[in-house]
Design a protein around this ligand. Structure first.
Ligand code: F2R
Ligand code: MG
Length: 342
């Protein structure tokens, strides 16, 4: 029982990293281009592809040399959340901001708003100023708060919905203060927690309707509620991937990428690799959609479901794959300690 929970904490962080790494080289490709290229790549010998050969090899089932798949800002920030929870046992935004700033490697592909915020934090600005001031004082509605929240969903897997909402809100504030940026993170955190709940209750098959209901129970924003309705309709109708992409969105905005990640998980929950490949195939913000779907699938299946060649391909230097496994183990221990059983 405890091993299974720990494996799912590890699964959340590692599948975030894998989804991020396989989607990153094709981030920004539209869905039709993805379909065309993936189809071509399937028949090309490895080494002939122009772009991101090694990592696309993962997507197309090829062999990839160890350590070649690099992660981006999505995983770097998820690491920051896990570290903050390990340190504090709760989200203290000021401390979380410090972790984000300490980990910040500008070349990891941050969104422009987040880049400026983290740069300002690194220079010592008060933790809550830059995020409030960005985008003319509106705050960011990008998916940056959602893409990183998987470890928080795991940590609060059996908490009340209101507790998950509040912890998620606090985790968004150092970079994302717009209500759509925050609510997107709430959707992902609830999906991760709900998936983990079902798995720990012994479910071998995901109860898709129950998971959607659980997420809906914690969402208040009308835009997201409408998107959840659309996700439900698509689950029944199973349109072509590029129709899903066009209707749900695959953009950097949270409202236009979180629903696609949820759909990828709910429609492909029975196989973690299929779920991630489908998420990438939607195109657009592929790394982030796959990172979010990965967190959900990792919560349900655990790290054991990640193909070995995908794990082997992940970068493994400082804060790489092995570090993530250790960190997720610490997050699990911290959570068990909080419960007085660890
Ligand atoms: N930065 C990237 N990808 C760069 C683009 C790659 C490719 N060439 C492509 O075309 O897709 N990826 C990383 O950024 C995303 C996470 O972003 P985050 O942390 O939310 O950043 P930011 O800058 O705050 O928001 C993202 C964009 O959303 C728009 N936006 C947000 N709030 C806005 C507001 N209030 N008003 C107007 N626009 C707003 C802006 O365009 C922001 O740049 C992930 O995909 C990660 O992988
Ligand atoms: Mg992205």
């Amino acid at each position: 029982m405890e091993d299974s929970l720990k494996d799912r904490f590890v699964g959340v962080l590692l599948a975030t990293m894998v989804g991020d790494a396989i989607g990153m080289p094709v981030e920004g490709w539209d869905c039709l281009r993805m379909a065309e290229q993936l189809d071509k790549l399937r028949y090309l010998p490895r080494g002939e592809q122009e772009l991101a050969t090694a990592v696309l090899g993962l997507v197309t089932g090829g062999k990839v040399e160890p350590g070649q798949a690099r992660y981006s800002d999505d995983t770097q920030m998820a690491i920051g959340i896990a570290q903050a929870l390990v340190d504090d046992g709760e989200i203290i935004p000021e401390h979380l901001a410090r972790h984000f700033a300490k980990n910040f490697q500008p070349w990891r592909g941050y969104g422009p708003g987040a880049y400026g915020v983290l740069d300002a934090l690194k220079q010592g600005r008060p933790w809550d100023e830059p995020a409030r001031q960005v985008f003319g004082g509106q705050g960011s509605y990008g998916n940056g708060a959602a893409m990183r929240v998987g470890p928080l969903g795991a940590f609060y897997w059996d908490a009340d919905v209101a507790v998950i909402r509040e912890a998620t809100r606090l985790s968004s504030l150092p970079t994302h203060t717009h209500k759509h940026g925050i609510e997107g993170a709430v959707v992902v955190a609830l999906a991760v927690a709900g998936a983990l709940r079902q798995a720990m209750a012994g479910a071998e098959e995901l109860d898709v309707a129950a998971l959607l209901g659980f997420v809906r129970s914690g969402v208040t924003d009308e835009v997201y509620l409408k998107k959840l309705d659309q996700v439900e309709d698509f689950l029944a109708a199973e349109p072509e991937p590029c129709v899903v992409a066009a209707r749900l969105g695959t953009d950097l905005a949270a409202t236009l990428s979180v629903p696609a990640a949820l759909f990828a998980f709910l429609s492909r929950w029975d196989s973690l690799p299929d779920c991630l490949l489908y998420a990438v195939s939607l195109g657009g913000d592929a790394d982030t959609i796959a990172a979010m779907a990965g967190a959900m699938a990792g919560a349900f299946h655990g790290a054991a479901a990640i193909p070995e060649n995908w794990l082997a391909a992940l970068e493994n230097g400082p804060q790489g794959r092995d570090f993530a496994v250790t960190l997720a183990g610490q997050l699990y221990a911290r959570r068990q300690g909080n419960l007085g059983v660890g």
